[in-house]
Ligand binder design. Structure first.
Ligand code: FRU
Length: 476
């Protein structure tokens, strides 16, 4: 075992006594923004959901985690186990302590293999002589109680024709019982793609089968594909991934990077896309991953690379989304949250209506395709969060909440076209909002920061809303 301790590349094995406790006190001093029903780091930073798997009894959910602060440093895999997405227990972590993961355990997925959980992940390493990044692809085997049994490297360099940016494996088992994985990559000509590898079993050396060819995706300007995920849903093939570099358009791809899906037919390595769309239209959503039980369930990262948040000063950053059940409707992905609600109440919303605990509440509103403006929260600085629906466009406006880096460059409003808006569901959790239009036909996930707020809502027209408290999750 190696104890890495080099600046921000410091593993948990190198923590000093009381160090995480001190950080935790700072996190706890955040009275306004830390969520109650989203999986968030006790200290430090979460990014991508990883290693999602159902073992027959429990879901295992891992998250990219840097324990020592709100920055992208040495990545570990935090490990949660749950049967109901309400009560979570912690399993053993992936802590980087081998040379093949010397600069972090990067993203990956998992399969169930001979009764164990096999996590496939990228070992980020840097060569001592010239600091070059050498991507390793590794496996870590856990038993279903969450105990780590073994780790080893299965590929120790980037394949010929690709740069050092080769990462994020998502494995699956084929109909013939072989192991395949998709892997994000950058070609030597600096364009993004995904590679398909195959292994007969865990002792086999992975063979590169082909690049995944997604017909119908405009890859211009795209320099990297991160976090690919390939699976079946409702009789179709789905490819979910996070391409980097896509040019903005007026109602889609408005952030710095984007999580995207293609639905269609996969023939060998050729994916014929029938529909391609951004998965989430909010300000903060990236690197989603799915798991199959009888349903296909997705988690995303409520965040994006390169963003800082006002909560960074409290030594925590980002969280995972609520789990979302995926289905197909008219050939498009529909997302429905899995969440536990208290007793619902009917509330009339008009001018200024106070709703207890609005900042941890679920609201369901029947919009009937009529124009609407809703302002949520208020404080002494006159801050608020606004949503609008007009002329077939839904927008989320955070221009009147605390400003963040990159807002200037990427704007303060997000738009989403929706032909007919019937129902609007809004889940607030302190500094995050997840909004579902027409029961998940479109989704917007965003952070927002309004300190010392009053729990007030104001509507441009009288409305009837169904309101329920969201039950907090517990992590033991
Ligand atoms: C996506 C990503 C992955 C990488 C991981 C590192 O957010 O950049 O490509 O494996 O995060 O934390």
């Amino acid at each position: 075992m190696h104890i890495f301790n080099n600046g921000k590349y410091k593993s948990l094995h190198a923590q000093s006594e009381g160090e995480l406790n001190t950080l935790r006190q700072t996190v706890l001093s955040d009275q306004d923004f830390y969520p109650t029903y989203h999986l968030a780091p006790k200290t430090g930073l979460f990014n991508d959901p990883n290693g999602l798997i159902f073992d027959g009894k429990n879901y295992h959910i891992f998250a990219q985690w840097f324990p020592y602060g709100a920055l992208h440093g040495m990545k570990h895999w935090q490990h949660f186990m749950t049967s109901d997405f309400q009560t979570f227990e912690k399993g053993e972590l992936l802590i980087p302590d081998e040379l093949f993961e010397s600069h972090g355990c990067y993203s990956g997925g998992a399969i169930l293999w001979q009764g164990n959980i096999v996590a496939f992940y990228t070992g980020n390493t840097r060569r001592l002589s010239d600091n070059a990044r050498i991507p390793h692809q590794n496996i870590a085997i856990f038993d279903t109680s969450g105990k780590l049994l073994e780790k080893r490297c299965i590929i120790d360099q980037a394949p010929a024709g690709y740069t050092e940016h080769v990462r994020d494996l998502k494995p699956y088992i084929t109909a013939e019982g072989k192991i395949r994985f998709v892997l994000g990559a950058q070609r030597e000509n600096l364009t993004g793609t995904a590679l398909i590898y195959e292994m007969n079993d865990l002792n086999d050396t992975p063979r590169l089968v082909a690049e995944l060819d997604v017909n119908g995706f405009d890859n211009s300007n795209v320099f990297m594909w991160e976090c690919p995920d390939l699976f079946r849903l409702g009789g179709k093939d789905l490819f979910v991934w996070s391409p980097q570099g896509k040019l903005r358009d007026s109602h889609q791809f408005q952030n710095n990077y984007h999580a995207t899906y293609a639905v269609g037919q996969l023939n060998s390595h050729s994916f014929n896309a029938e529909h391609i769309e951004e998965l989430d239209y909010g300000f903060d959503f990236y690197a989603p991953q799915t798991v199959e039980n009888s349903d296909r369930i997705m988690f995303g990262w409520v965040g994006l690379p390169d963003l800082t948040y006002p909560t960074d000063k409290y030594q925590w950053h980002s969280m995972l989304t609520m789990p979302r059940k995926l289905s197909l409707k008219n050939g498009k992905v529909v997302q429905q949250p899995i969440v536990h609600l208290g007793e619902p109440q009917e509330v009339e919303i008009s001018e200024n209506v106070a709703i207890d605990d609005l900042d941890t509440t679920y609201l369901q509103i029947s919009v009937e395709n009529q124009p609407l403006v809703l302002d949520f929260f208020s404080n002494e600085q006159g801050q608020k969060l606004t949503i609008r629906f007009e002329n077939g466009v839904f927008s989320l406006d955070r221009s009147q909440s605390e400003q963040m880096e990159l807002m200037e460059k990427f704007g303060t409003v997000r738009h989403c076209k929706i032909e007919k808006l019937e129902t609007l569901e809004i889940f607030f959790d302190r500094s995050v909002v997840e909004i579902f239009l027409n029961e998940g036909e479109k989704v917007l996930t965003s952070r927002f920061f309004i300190a010392k707020r009053e729990n007030i809502v104001k509507s441009s027209r009288p409305l009837q809303a169904r309101v329920a408290k969201v039950i907090p999750i517990s992590v033991e």
